[in-house]
Design a protein around this ligand. Sequence first.
Ligand code: SAH
Length: 473
Amino acid sequence: MKKNDIFEVEIEDMSKDGEGIGHVDGLTVFVKDTAPGDRIRARLTKEKKNLAYGRLEEVLEPSPDRVTPVCEKARSCGGCTMQHISYSRQLEQKASYVENCLRRIGGVADAADLMEPILGMEEPYAFRNKMQFPVGTDREGRPELGFYAGRTHALIPLSDCPVGHPVNRELLQAMREYLSEAAVPVYDEETHTGLVRHVLTRVGFGTGQVMVCIVANGEKLPKQELLIGKLEQAVETYNRRSEDSPELTLSSVTLNVNKDKTNRILGFSSRVLAGAPVIEDTIGDIRFEIAPESFFQVNPVQTEKLYGRALEYAGLTGEETVWDMYCGIGTISLFLARKARKVYGVEIVPQAIENAKKNAKLNGAANTEFFVGKAEEVVPRLYKEDEETYRADVVVVDPPRKGCDRALLETLISMAPKRIVYVSCDPATLARDIAILREGGYHPKRVTPTDMFPHSSHVECIACIQKQEVKND
Ligand code: SAH
């Protein structure tokens, strides 16, 4: 087979990125937008040694798991790669991916026995509290906002996104009008010119507070009052149409300056254009303040389940000293603090640690202490300085996708906590780190996949990793 050939294939499996996998002429072919069980016709787009990629031309016989996507842009947008697959099948896929990683990468032979049922959503739409819309132009050169197409930075204009909070529809419209009426030059990645790069929105589902953060390649926006007026109106219009409780309020409009030639969305600091520099939100009965630069879980319904499970796995009695590594704004720390003697948190983003300290005060958690810096530097240093103070009975780690640094894992092994609760957004790096911890005498006891990102191929999971008892014969 060569490029542009048309072929028919039965889709047998799914890749970790949500592409369908089939076999034809001794080649393994990956075809996006297909579901296991589909019989399809595709066009060959790329061929490597034993691998090929195809583009779906026609579904000849649909899989019983195929559904019609809710979003009309689902196929072109790079955000949801699995919206054409039934939600129950998505969940099965994610759970089996986690188990596979543990067995193949982690060397955990009893992986199947450790798995608890995946925690899915009852209503897997309108769940995201944060959106980051790239800004660009449409074919006629008018300012547009939307999402990137899969694997490229081609802008797919969007008027709405069914996985986001529905107020984004009004906010996007307001932004589009502002950019156009104030003739704001939009940023061009290729030439590194123009002003507005991204718009970040965040909605506190618990408080109704709305944050809009404009990311710009410069310090000032033209006609700022026009922008604020339009955003206020957008929120009012939304409130008039919806019956949400609490009503939404536009609490924070900020400008984040990012003048770097980079794929990183946010720059390092923001300034207020209107309202407060942060918004507040709640998880359960704990209240948090959140700055634009700070990480905050994007799916509040699932976050409560995730943190509940983390707390259960931590198995605290009230006597423990606990470390919360990669603590962000102190979310997990504050839940732990209610059941522990002392909680230490460490996090690399200074704004997040500011939020964490404030959040501890806001919630009366006097038994917490937070440090700014890289976990793999701060923790080994403190532990070396004072092993007694900075010891750990239980450790929670919640790293970004790349997982934990080896230096941190080695320090954890020497700290010898009885349990490590590992919250992970990439099962492959979780499994890699588990393999390292196993060498240090730890073994996973229970693992729960949690679906924080329905319709995308991402899966979060949480593992309870215990120190093996040394047997004295
Ligand atoms: N536990 C928090 C945040 C988890 S996200 C919550 O549930 O909300 C991962 C966090 O790790 C982010 O806040 C990120 O800024 C931080 N981070 C990334 N690399 C780090 C490092 N090397 N050391 C410490 N924190 C880091």
